[in-house]
Design a protein around this ligand. Structure first.
Ligand SMILES: [Zn+2]
Length: 202
């Protein structure tokens, strides 16, 4: 049994309607719509959990339940991941800052995290291609993921991958990343890659 720790980045909306990560990780479009990264992360995380939960060799757990709006610390997120032997951390995010499309990150260096990242890349690519959204690879080290020593990637002992499924401040990405059907597709693709990765390691 392999534990997959699903980490929905940032916070959610609390019972008073307040975004617990505000004023960060949110974006107000000129038409008045506001996107909250943490809310979208929680939607994808919930879908991924249910898919993984159907699979007998995988036990999914959350760092923070999607119904829990708290923006728990990075340290706490890592603590959950490291509390399971040989776990796989999937940290779910959406990007910002003027780009478009998906990115997959692992900690620098070649580990089995890179193998999983490549599998996720391969599963996501046809979906993004279909919707004309770019995958944003970095092939300089021979694989498509980007490498960055993000805290959750650096401190997690087991396999750890951080996903950015699109840009929450992008006019081009916003409709897709908030679309339930698109979210289902990317969650399913991520599930397929994790399943394949776990099967190959058994
Ligand atoms: Zn984020």
């Amino acid at each position: 049994m392999r534990t997959v720790v699903i980490d929905p980045g940032h916070g959610g909306i609390d019972r008073n309607g307040l975004y617990t990560t505000a004023p960060n990780k949110m974006f107000r479009f000129p038409d008045g719509t506001t996107l909250y990264e943490g809310v979208i992360n929680r939607q994808v995380a919930g879908l991924l959990y249910h898919l993984l939960d159907t699979y007998p060799n995988i036990r999914p757990v959350f760092t923070v339940n999607p119904h829990d709006p708290r923006d728990i610390s990075l340290r706490q997120r890592v603590k959950v991941a490291n509390s399971y032997h040989d776990s796989i951390l999937i940290s779910i995010h959406h990007n910002a800052g003027g780009g478009s499309g998906a990115e997959i990150f692992t900690n620098p260096g070649q580990t089995s995290s890179d193998r999983l990242a490549t599998m996720i890349f391969d599963q996501l690519s046809p979906i993004y291609s279909k919707y004309s959204l770019p995958m944003r690879p970095d092939h300089s080290d021979g694989d498509p993921d980007k490498e960055s020593a993000f805290y959750v990637l650096r401190k997690t002992k087991g396999v750890a991958v951080l996903l950015e499924y699109g840009f929450f401040d992008s006019e081009r990405d916003r409709k897709l990343i908030t679309d339930a059907n698109f979210q289902k597709k990317v969650a399913y693709a991520t599930f397929q890659a994790i399943k394949k990765f776990v099967e190959l390691q058994r």
